[in-house]
Design a protein around this ligand. Structure first.
Ligand code: TTP
Ligand code: MG
Length: 617
């Protein structure tokens, strides 16, 4: 079977990879890339085609220069540049013999992945256009033709008028106003967005009762059955669905249609706003679509991986194939699996409600004013261990690996992990093993401590864990000294506060998204076997723990009391049809939809508070 087309043949001789030759920036060792980093992940957002990004990045550079945030970004960029240089050096050392050996393995891998290709399903990804802004526009029609944004301190989103100036999600409000002085900024009103989201989901349910609502404004559907039932073409069905959503809710949505979730997600962004794009259920069509797609457009490729790929002359997904032998020698098994699946345009065809996805980890962390005192840290750790035990008990699980996360006042993050002698689920064990890791880092000044349990064991013997929602959706967005159990879940707005959804930038974020789009993990064992004789795996670990983590905000902004989350974190089901919200601990209806709504709301509030708070410190 020929699986390597379209595009030129793979390179099997070592060519000189080059780092992008941009102008050097004074004061940094980064060749012009700090400006790009400062643009943030929302640079990928639609509606910015005519924007002069060089000017925008210069404004951000000047406005943030000297701040803690800026220094942190500068440091990270310097580290990343070193890492990129190192991978380029390692690439130069890969021999033609190694490349020949890798080529054989790559071909075998591709054939194995090809077998998994399913072209029988019609998957749709829908995403509302400028969601919060669109909802606000219904109440403020006078703003329709004016640039406006929604947020506080940090912008959550803006309308397409504002995007023409270079304003976008996750931008600090004061920076956005420098870029677009006439920008109107409205405050957030989550109940309105939740209500609208529910109305949209109700319509989606008619097309796929098992659709997967990822966030308030985004969902995956499988419309195969629906199309057969009404005997209509997929494009017509999606077009009808979008029209109905607009008529019922006043909000425009865009959609991507394709044979799997990965390509559907990419496609939904192509004709934004208020458009749809279809990729035929045909191998050639999918391959062609992926071939010229810039790597950064793929969910899972964030800034860090993009920089490394560009340095190796991998610009579009088609290049993944041309350079696959080299990439095989430089990247981890998981990354190679991921990249090859991207090149092939393979992805998941299974769409199910979000609470049916299996949990991968459970964690708990606390943010507080900076502390250096070991006794105080131990006290925090004890509290975190107790919270984690509560969650483990509620979810009926234990774990074989424990991770410790520390965040320093300099924004630097430290992550340590150790395997446990047996699956653990008690506070005593969490504390004991957590302390062993913590003590190795002393002396240290931290503002966040977290524990995370992975390699989970389901103690309920109920098969796949169906308790995803109850606790799973807690996020890392915390109040001062408030514990929050977090999950490996792509949150309502991952980009603004937790970096891009790059598995290599922040493994936790986006895992569910990646799972829904197509599993990255299960196939890597195949490579392990194939690779057993291969020795040149120079840059095995290209993972960067933290990416574009922080947002700049207007220091004058205050967060209102209304947005303060209750501090209670006790959670657990009660007998009266209510459960405790896994984030705020308040009692809410146990009905999945109602809980979902409430959790989305809590997550959003927490995230915004966190971003604002970080900058005050
Ligand atoms: P998105 O779908 O990413 O953005 P959007 O709907 O505003 O715009 P687009 O037309 O490009 O889809 O996110 C949905 C909502 O989530 C958005 O309206 C506000 C919120 N959000 C944030 O709060 N912060 C962020 O960084 C992003 C990206 C979104
Ligand atoms: Mg959207």
């Amino acid at each position: 079977m020929v699986v390597s087309e379209p595009g030129p043949k793979r390179e099997t001789t070592s060519s000189e990879p080059q780092i992008s030759s941009k102008v050097s920036e004074p004061g940094t060792d980064n060749p012009g890339t700090l400006h790009r980093r400062l643009l943030g992940p929302s640079i990928q957002k639609s509606g910015q085609d005519g924007v002069d990004q060089a000017t925008v990045s210069e404004i951000i550079y000047q406005a943030t220069q000297g701040s803690k945030y800026f220094e942190h970004q500068k440091r990270k960029e310097k580290d990343l540049t070193k890492k990129v240089e190192s991978i380029v050096q390692q690439a130069k050392k890969v021999s033609n013999q190694d490349l020949d050996a890798a080529e054989v393995r790559i071909e075998a891998l591709i054939q194995q992945y090809e077998v998994t290709r399913d072209l029988t399903q019609i998957i749709v990804h829908v995403d509302c256009d400028a969601f919060y802004a669109s909802v606000e526009e219904l109440d403020h029609p006078e703003l329709k033709s004016k640039p406006f944004a929604v947020g506080k301190g940090v912008l959550c989103t803006c309308n397409y008028e504002a995007r023409k100036f270079g304003v976008r999600s996750a931008m600090a409000e004061f920076v956005a106003k420098k870029i677009c002085p006439e920008l109107v900024v409205l405050r957030l009103n989550f109940p309105k967005y939740i209500e609208k989201s529910n109305a949209i989901r109700k319509i989606l349910s008619e097309y796929d009762p098992n659709h997967c609502a990822m966030t308030l404004d985004e969902a995956y559907l499988n419309i195969t059955e629906y199309c057969a039932k009404v005997n209509k073409d997929r494009e017509e069905v999606v077009s009808d669905m979008r029209r109905r959503i607009l008529e019922t809710t006043g909000v425009t949505v865009s959609a991507g249609i394709g044979p799997n979730s990965r390509v559907a997600k990419i496609a939904s962004n192509i004709n934004k706003p208020n458009g749809q794009f279809v990729i035929a259920n045909d191998r050639e069509a999918v391959m062609e679509f992926m071939c010229n797609l810039p790597v950064r457009k793929v969910t899972g490729v964030g800034y860090v991986l993009e920089r490394q790929l560009l340095a190796l002359n991998v610009n579009v997904c088609g290049d993944i194939y041309h350079k696959s032998a080299l990439l095989y020698q430089l990247f981890t098994d998981t990354t190679i699996t991921f990249l090859l699946n991207c090149y092939l345009g393979l992805g998941s065809t299974e769409v199910k409600p979000i609470d049916q996805y299996e949990r991968k980890s459970v964690g708990c962390e606390r943010t507080f004013r900076a502390i250096s005192d070991a006794a105080q840290m131990k006290q925090k750790l004890q509290g975190i261990a107790e919270d984690l035990e509560k969650d483990c008990r509620r979810l009926n699980l234990a774990g074989r690996k424990l991770g410790l996360k520390l965040k320093k006042t300099t924004f630097e993050q430290i992550s340590r992990q150790r395997p446990m002698p047996k699956p653990i689920n008690t506070a005593a064990d969490f504390y004991r093993y957590g302390l062993l890791m913590l003590e190795k880092e002393l002396p240290i000044t931290v503002r966040l401590i977290g524990l995370r349990l992975t390699d989970l064991v389901d103690l309920s013997h109920e098969g796949p864990m169906k308790t995803f929602l109850k606790g799973q959706r807690r996020q890392n967005y915390t109040l001062d000294d408030e514990p929050s159990t977090s999950i490996n879940f792509h949150a309502v707005f991952p980009e603004s506060f937790d970096g891009s959804t790059d598995i290599h930038d922040d493994k936790e974020m986006g895992e569910l998204d990646m799972m829904i789009q197509g599993s990255q993990e299960e196939d890597s064992s195949v490579i392990d076997e194939l690779r057993s004789s291969s020795k040149a795996t120079a840059a095995r670990d290209v993972k960067n723990a933290e990416e574009l983590q922080d947002s700049t905000v207007d220091h004058s902004m205050q967060i209102s009391e209304r947005e303060t989350l209750p501090l209670s974190t006790d959670s657990g089901e009660t007998s009266s049809g209510v459960v405790a919200c896994p984030i705020c601990g308040n009692q809410v209806s146990a009905d999945d939809q109602a809980l979902n709504r409430h959790v989305d709301w809590c997550l959003s509030r927490g995230a915004i508070r966190e971003a604002v708070k970080e900058t005050f410190e």
